[in-house]
Design a protein around this ligand. Structure first.
Ligand SMILES: [Zn+2]
Length: 178
């Protein structure tokens, strides 16, 4: 490393990319957000699907909630259980995730594990997240995720198994009881 390296945070940077990275740039954060788009909402579901250390997951969920990207909602009173749902501020990150996924596929992995389609007409999204057939930017809830052939068809965890079924983004994932 040279003397130009950024410090632990980017507080001295005025750039808006640096500001965004202050919020979403930590390891695991974007994968937690990705899972939230896939409809993962519960702590244990994030845990098994991501294979993330518990303490890290708890910290990321806390940060994302504090930043108004996820909203904590109680779904059960006794014992108390909360789920985490993307806010509008969080949903606004979709084009970022979309572009990052596209870049990763084209420049790193070469593998397309899931297809993303316009639910209304079944057309694969274009490279800017638009529907080429309808000529519109597809709203996030109208994006359907369809597993591709490259995806493991017999995954060990129940969330991955649930995500083998086509579903719309944001719609809660229906995890079968183990
Ligand atoms: Zn369409």
């Amino acid at each position: 490393m040279d003397g130009m390296a950024l410090g632990k945070d980017y507080a001295t940077q005025e750039c808006s990319i640096a500001s965004a990275l202050e919020v979403i740039g930590e390891r695991w954060t974007l994968l937690v957000i990705r899972d939230a788009f896939y409809g993962v909402r519960r702590y244990n579901d994030f845990l098994v699907h991501l294979g993330i250390p518990r303490a890290v997951l708890a910290a990321r969920l806390q940060t994302l909630t504090a930043q108004g990207i996820l909203e904590k909602r109680r779904y059960q009173e006794s014992p108390p259980r909360d789920e985490y749902v993307l806010t509008d501020r969080g949903i606004a990150l979709w084009p970022t995730l979309w572009a990052l996924g596209l870049w990763g596929r084209e420049h790193l992995t070469g593998v397309r594990l899931r297809a993303f389609r316009h639910a209304d007409c079944g057309t694969d999204l274009g490279r800017y997240g638009e529907c080429p057939a309808c000529g519109t930017v597809v709203p996030v809830p109208d994006v359907e995720v369809v597993p591709g052939p490259g995806l493991n068809q017999e995954p060990a965890d129940p969330v991955s198994r649930a995500l083998l079924r086509p579903k719309r983004l944001l719609q809660p994932v229906e995890v079968d009881p183990v």
